[in-house]
Design a protein around this ligand. Structure first.
Ligand SMILES: Cc1cc2nc3c(=O)[nH]c(=O)nc-3n(C[C@H](O)[C@H](O)[C@H](O)COP(=O)(O)OP(=O)(O)OC[C@H]3O[C@@H](n4cnc5c(N)ncnc54)[C@H](O)[C@@H]3O)c2cc1C
Length: 383
C-alpha cells in the first residue's frame, strides 16, 4: 500500500465511491479510498434504492435535481446499466396538518419546476384502487421519482474512479487519523501509515466513530431500519408507484414479482442489525391497513440496515472547523443513495478549491456548533 496520498477517502459506500469518481473526473491525482470491509457492504447494501424529487428544503431539492442528471443518463455517463424504474412516488397524508405541509412543500417543488401533482382522496382511489383511502386527506405524486439498484450505481462509480487512477483498498480499516495540531497529516491502518494532507470521512453510520479517531465530535448516529420482502404477489398491478404512508412511517414498492415493504425505524441509536418478529407484526398491520388485499401476501425474508442520522436530518458536507484538511461527507439521514451524485460532485469541487456545483455552505459541519440547524416543515420521511 502507498505510503503517501494527496487525498484519502475513508469508506467505500455510495458516498465515498461517488467522491472518488468525481475527483477522478476532475483529474485529481493521488486519490486513495480505504474500506474496512468490502465495497458497498454498509448502508448502501441495505438501501431501498429510492430516488425522489419530493423534498421540502431547498438544499435537498437542489441535490435531487442535480443527482437526477446522473440517474437519468447513467448509461451514457458510466457505460453501465442502472435500471432506474421511474414509477413515481405517491406520498399519502392522513392528517390536516400533514396535508397543509404537503401543499406548502409542493409550492416550493413547483418553483423548482418539479411536476408534483396534488391529489384528492377520490383521485387517489381512482388511480390506485387497491389503496384504502378512507382516512386520507390527500396525496402528492411525482412521475420523476422511482428507484434504482444501489450496487449498479456503486459499481459504476467504482469502475469510473479506478479508470481515473483512484487506488481502492478493501479490508483496510482506518484506525486513527493523524494530525499535527489543527492540520490533518494522514491515516493509520493495520497495513501501516499513509501520509495525506486531506482525509474525507465518508464512513456512513460509522462517521462518529471515525470522527473520534481524529479527536473530532461528528454528530451522526446509526438508527436501525428494517425492510421486508414478499413472495411473488400478483393481486395488485405491476408496475405500482413507491407508496409512502407518511403518518405510519411505512412504504412499499415492487421488488421483482414480489414487494418490498418497510418495517419500523428504531427511535434510539444502535448498531443492531437484527430482524425482529415484532417488526413483522407491525409490517403486517400497516400493510393491511393501507392495502387490504395484502392480507394474502407472504413475507419471505427481511434485513436491517442503519440510517446515518444527523441532528437536523441533513448531511454534513464540508471541512471540519478546527481541523484543516479533514472533510465530512456523512449524515445523509436516509437519502444518501439518491443524493450521492450531487454530494460527490460538490465535495470534489470544494476539496479541489473550486466553486461547488451547488452552494453547500448551509451543510457545513460548523452549523451544529453555531446552532444553525436546517429546519424541515415536517419530520423528514425516510425512504
Ligand atoms: C433500510 C434502508 C433503506 C434505505 N433506503 C434508501 C432509499 O430508498 N434512498 C436513499 O437515497 N437512501 C436510502 N437509505 C440510506 C442510504 O442507504 C444511505 O444514506 C447511504 O447508503 C449512505 O452511504 P454511505 O456511503 O455514506 O455509507 P455506507 O454505505 O455505510 O458506507 C460507509 C462505509 O464506510 C466503511 N467504514 C466505516 N468505518 C471505516 C473505517 N474506520 N475505515 C475504513 N472504512 C470504514 C464501512 O464499512 C462502509 O462500507 C436507506 C438506508 C437504509 C438502512
Amino acid at each position: 500500500m502507498e505510503k503517501t496520498a494527496d487525498i484519502v477517502i475513508i469508506g467505500g459506500g455510495i458516498i465515498g465511491t461517488s467522491i472518488a469518481y468525481h475527483l477522478a473526473q476532475k483529474k485529481a491525482k493521488g486519490v486513495v479510498l480505504l474500506e474496512k470491509g468490502m465495497l458497498g457492504e454498509g448502508s448502501t447494501a441495505k438501501c431501498a434504492g429510492g430516488i425522489r424529487a419530493q423534498f421540502s428544503t431547498e438544499i435537498n431539492l437542489r441535490f435531487s435535481l442535480e443527482s437526477l442528471q446522473t440517474w437519468n443518463h447513467f448509461r451514457e455517463i458510466m457505460g453501465t446499466e442502472l435500471d432506474f424504474k421511474k414509477v413515481g412516488y405517491l406520498v399519502l397524508a392522513s392528517s390536516e396538518e400533514e396535508w397543509a405541509v404537503f401543499q406548502k412543500s409542493s409550492d416550493l417543488q413547483h418553483q423548482f419546476g418539479i411536476p408534483v401533482e396534488l391529489l384528492s382522496p377520490r383521485e387517489i382511489q381512482y388511480r390506485w384502487p387497491y389503496l384504502q383511502g378512507d382516512d386520507l386527506q390527500g396525496g402528492t405524486f411525482c412521475a420523476w421519482d422511482g428507484y434504482a439498484g444501489p450496487y449498479e450505481a456503486l459499481s459504476g462509480f467504482t469502475r469510473g474512479a479506478r479508470r481515473g487512477g483512484v487506488k481502492i483498498f478493501e479490508q483496510t480499516e482506518v484506525l486513527q487519523i493523524l494530525r499535527d495540531r489543527d492540520r490533518v497529516t494522514g491515516v493509520r491502518t493495520p497495513q501501516g501509515d499513509m501520509a495525506s494532507p486531506i482525509v474525507v470521512n465518508a464512513a456512513g453510520p460509522f462517521a462518529r466513530e471515525v470522527g473520534k479517531r481524529a479527536g473530532v465530535e461528528v454528530p451522526v448516529q446509526p438508527f436501525r431500519r428494517q425492510l421486508f420482502f414478499t413472495r411473488p404477489f400478483s393481486l395488485i398491478p405491476d408496475p405500482i408507484p413507491l407508496v409512502i404512508d407518511y403518518h405510519r412511517g411505512w412504504y412499499f414498492r415492487r421488488e421483482g414479482a414480489g414487494l418490498l415493504i418497510s418495517g419500523p425505524k428504531d427511535d434510539f441509536p444502535s448498531f443492531n442489525l437484527n430482524v425482529d418478529y415484532e417488526a413483522m407484526v407491525e409490517v403486517a398491520r400497516n400493510s393491511m391497513h393501507r392495502v387490504p388485499i395484502m392480507e394474502k401476501v407472504e413475507i419471505d425474508r427481511g434485513w436491517a440496515g442503519s440510517y446515518e442520522i444527523s441532528p437536523d436530518n441533513h448531511a454534513l458536507l464540508g471541512e471540519e472547523p478546527g481541523l484543516r484538511g479533514f472533510f465530512q461527507a456523512n449524515g445523509f439521514s436516509g437519502h444518501g443513495f439518491q443524493h450521492s451524485p450531487a454530494a460527490g460532485k460538490a465535495l470534489a469541487d470544494l476539496i479541489l478549491g473550486e466553486k461547488p456545483i451547488i452552494d453547500i455552505s448551509c451543510l457545513s459541519p460548523e452549523r451544529f456548533k453555531k446552532g444553525e440547524m436546517i429546519r424541515e416543515p415536517l419530520t423528514a420521511f425516510k425512504d
